[in-house]
Design a protein around this ligand. Structure first.
Ligand code: FAD
Length: 293
C-alpha cells in the first residue's frame, strides 16, 4: 500500500489535480464490519486517493474499530487507508500496542492527534500534544499526518501562536497536514500564506464538510470555532423547513468550495463524508464536471 506523502509529491511534481480523500468514522456502538464495509466500498467506487478512518478514545466504545476498518479498506477494497490515532489519555504501553496492531494489519499511514479529553479520563503525562506522538510514529516507519486549523485550534485565541505549533509538528516529523473543516475559503488562503511564511512546507490538504442541518452547523461552529459566511446562513434560513433543498444547496456550496480551492492550486482536497457516500458522490460529480469544462 502507498505512503500518502508520495501521492502529494507525485501530484505536485506532475502538475496534476490535487489528490482527493475522504474521512469516514466507525459505526457507533459495537462495530459491525458489514456496515463499515458497505459505506467504505461505496466511497471507494468514487476513486479517492485515500480514505482516513477516525479514532475514538473511549466515547463510543469502538476504538479498535479504526484499524479494522482501515484493514478492510486496504485488504478487501485495495484502497490506501489512514488510521487516526489520539494520545491525550494514553500510556506509552497503550500507544505501543496500538502501533503494533496497525503494523500487523499493514497500515502505513497514521493521522497523529492529541485528541480531546473525555470526562473521567486522566490526562496522559507522556503525551501532552501531537508533537509527543509524532516522533514515535516516525521511528516505526509510518507516514504521518497531523491536524491543522485554518482559524486556529478552537481553544487558541492567536493564529500566529497556533502556527508555531503547526511548524513544531512538521519539525517533529509530520509529513503532511489535514485541516479542520472550514466554510470560508478566504480563511484558508490567509492561513496558507501565514503557514508558508512560518516555514511550513509540508502539503496541507483542505477539509470540507457539506452541511446537512442547522443543528449540525451550530455544533461545528461551537466545537471547531469556524466562521460562517453569509451564504451558508442564508441557505440554512431559506431551507429551514425543506431538507431536500437544503441538502442540494449545501452540496453545491461544498462543491463550489472544492472547485475554488482546486483553482487556487491547493495541495489536496479532503471531504468529511459523515459516512454518507451519496453526498460525497454528488459533491465530486460537480467538482469533476467543472474539471471537464
Ligand atoms: P495538538 O497539536 O496537541 O494541539 C492542541 C492545542 O495545543 C492547540 O491549541 C495547539 O496550538 C497547542 N499545541 C500544539 N503543540 C503544542 C506544544 N508542543 N506545546 C504547547 N502547545 C501546543 N479527535 C478524535 O478524538 N478522533 C479523531 O479521529 C480526530 N480526527 C481529527 C481529524 C482532523 C483533520 C482534525 C483537524 C481534528 C481531529 N480530531 C479528532 C480532533 C482533535 O483531536 C482535537 O482538535 C484536539 O483538541 C487537538 O488535537 P491536535 O492533534 O491538533 O492537538
Amino acid at each position: 500500500m502507498k505512503k500518502i506523502i508520495n501521492t502529494f509529491k507525485r501530484a505536485k511534481a506532475n502538475n496534476q489535480r490535487p489528490p482527493l480523500s475522504f474521512e469516514i468514522f466507525p459505526p457507533k456502538g459495537v462495530l459491525t464490519n458489514d456496515a463499515a464495509r458497505e459505506t467504505a466500498s461505496k466511497l471507494v467506487d468514487l476513486h479517492p486517493d485515500f480514505v482516513s478512518v477516525t479514532y475514538s478514545a473511549g466515547g463510543s466504545k469502538n476504538s479498535n474499530a479504526t484499524s479494522e476498518i482501515a484493514a478492510i479498506l486496504q485488504d478487501e477494497l485495495d484502497m490506501t487507508a489512514m488510521a487516526h490515532l489520539t494520545c491525550s489519555s494514553a500510556s506509552e504501553e497503550k500507544i505501543t500496542a496500538a502501533l503494533d496492531d496497525l503494523q500487523e494489519k499493514g497500515i502505513e499511514n497514521v493521522l497523529a492527534l492529541r485528541g480531546d479529553l473525555i470526562e473521567g479520563q486522566t490526562p496522559s503525562t507522556r503525551f501532552r500534544h501531537a508533537t509527543d506522538l509524532i516522533p514515535l510514529l516516525k521511528e516505526r516507519g509510518f507516514c504521518v499526518g497531523a491536524a491543522a486549523y485554518p482559524e486556529a485550534h478552537p481553544t487558541m485565541m492567536d493564529l500566529d501562536e497556533d502556527l508555531k505549533y503547526l511548524k513544531a509538528k512538521q519539525d517533529a516529523g509530520a509529513d503532511f497536514f489535514v485541516t479542520q473543516l472550514f466554510f470560508d475559503n478566504e480563511c484558508f488562503y490567509r492561513f496558507w500564506d501565514k503557514a508558508q511564511a512560518a516555514g511550513v512546507t509540508a502539503p496541507i490538504t483542505c477539509g470540507i464538510m457539506p452541511v446537512m442541518s442547522k443543528e449540525q452547523v451550530q455544533r461545528m461552529v461551537f466545537m471547531c470555532g469556524v466562521s460562517l459566511p453569509g451564504r451558508i446562513v442564508k441557505i440554512l434560513n431559506r431551507y429551514a423547513n425543506d431538507p431536500e433543498s437544503l441538502r442540494k444547496a449545501s452540496i453545491e456550496y461544498a462543491a463550489d468550495q472544492l472547485i475554488d480551492l482546486a483553482d487556487h492550486g491547493v495541495d489536496g482536497l479532503h471531504l468529511y463524508t459523515m459516512n454518507k457516500p451519496e453526498i460525497a458522490q454528488q459533491c465530486l460529480a460537480l467538482l469533476r464536471d467543472s474539471w471537464r469544462q
